[in-house]
Design a protein around this ligand. Sequence first.
Ligand code: V47
Ligand code: SF4
Length: 374
Amino acid sequence: MTLEILTDRSGLFELSRKVDRGERLTADDGMKLYATTEIAALGQLADAANQRRNGLRVGYNVNRHINYSNVCKLSCMFCAYAKKHGQDGAYEFSMDEILARAKEAYEQGADEVHIVGGLHPDYPWEYYPAMLRAIKSRYPELHLKAFTAVEIDYFAALAGKPHEWVLRELVAAGLGSLPGGGAEILTDRVWKKLYRDKMGPDKWIEVHRIAHKAGVRSNSTMLHGHIERDDEKVEHMLRIRALQDETGGFMTFIPLRFHPDNTPIRRLGIVHGVSSIREIAVGRLLLDNVPHVKTYWIMTSLEVAQICLTMGADDMDGTVVEEKITHMAGAKTPEHVTEADLRRCIEEAGRIPYRRSTTYEELPYPAPARPVRD
Ligand code: V47
Ligand code: SF4
């Protein structure tokens, strides 16, 4: 079946012309993308947009997540990870435990550690740069992708200083970039219903603007599959697109599939593969100025992530090793895949894998041996 036949039946024919001409899609176009049930047509369109930008290359990173503590002042409705002090399942890694994980990452050849945690009620501001400094001074090869905009905003309140100051201090301590978490759905309605005590949409955008202007690049995410409406997801993506027009600081867009277990909104259940694919495809088509779209297999399964590679995604995160946020909310995926597994998954999808740095430079494969460090 040709692309024309598929897109005609799907109601996407006119849009495919726009995509071919490289024209920017509008909010109305976004709603049409969500309205189609022809997921293959949508995926083909997004794949065409992706291949024009990225060819057949698919990046992956060798990384390790470190979720340093789940003790959190807040109680967002979609979160199963956060606990209060003394509550069953609450934990805090000591600095030695954090360093042991960084050492393991280094020895396993990771290029990145991804560090996020709850908003701890007792740690002083100084704890956070000290953590980065301790890791970076021992393992300078590791890129530290650390702290969501929510954490940066919290640190600014703890330190009594502006966001710019906090970011400068963290960069001096070894911060490499910001992950994209905490965006959830960037509309006031969803914010007020699900996470009203946490920073809202305007502030999330503002912290990323400040980071980009300070030379700190970042990622963007969207938590989908709960109470959000299609028009809200379109608004979310267009807000990211508008900031990207202004700063160019986003590296990637990552849809995150909501996992309901152990959350106050578990009655909503979970969305499945087609939803994960749709968010990737719509993201690729609407976010015409964000270079990469990443599928996060921890949340989708490796099988669905692999299909996403043919429907708009050009990037996979990652080897991961240990993951708490989604697994405390019921994820059944493993927490670790090997680099060989990731490459095989990409090759099976007919794409060309490349090992990448956090900032998307190609890295040698296989990686050269590293010096032994304590
Ligand atoms: O900020 C919380 C989300 C995020 C749940 O930047 C949940 O490269 C699903 O942002 N079900 C953290 N999601 C993960 C994240 C991320 C992951 C991988 C790569 C990158 C990157 C960023 O997870 C949180 C929140 O939005 N989250 N609870 C849940 N129950
Ligand atoms: Fe705390 Fe983040 Fe969970 Fe909200 S999503 S409760 S801020 S850990």
